[in-house]
Write a protein that binds this ligand. Structure first.
Ligand SMILES: Nc1ncnc2c1ncn2[C@@H]1O[C@H](COP(=O)(O)OP(=O)(O)OP(=O)(O)O)[C@@H](O)[C@H]1O
Ligand SMILES: [Mg+2]
Length: 107
């Protein structure tokens, strides 16, 4: 693999008042790589994806896509098609499947 990673997550932290939901996460994803994230309930998986998609802002740290920092960038001004956000359904039965869910969620 040559060049910088496609996605870089650098010391990413998100606090909700006193609660540290994402604690100084540093990682990267290379182009054409498929990566999963596993962890127990409440580990911060959804919060991490919400940070990457720009749905919420980090308390500290940086997210870089192809070398450009996305932190502080409005989703509408950012390469948003590269970081779509699909909200979790309140109830799984609410959606017929992932295809229907993606069609319902612009951006
Ligand atoms: N908007 C919020 N306000 C306050 N606390 C929050 C908020 N969102 C998440 N949290 C808290 O942050 C922590 C991480 O939550 P998160 O939903 O990211 O975990 P998760 O790994 O996705 O869990 P699950 O496996 O249950 O989906 C939890 O303690 C949760 O209660
Ligand atoms: Mg979750």
């Amino acid at each position: 693999m040559s060049g910088a990673p496609m996605l870089e997550i650098d010391n990413l932290t998100r606090r909700f008042h006193g609660l540290v939901a994402v604690d100084a996460v540093t990682s990267y994803v290379n182009a054409h790589e498929l990566v999963g994230l596993i962890g127990p309930n409440g580990a911060g998986k959804t919060t991490l994806f919400n940070l990457i998609s720009g749905f919420i802002a980090p308390t500290e740290g940086d997210i870089r896509f192809e070398g450009r920092s996305l932190v502080g960038m409005r989703r509408t001004a950012s390469p948003s098609r590269h970081r779509p956000h699909v909200p979790e359904p309140a109830h799984p039965a609410q959606h017929d499947g992932i295809r229907q869910c993606v069609h319902r969620c612009p951006g």
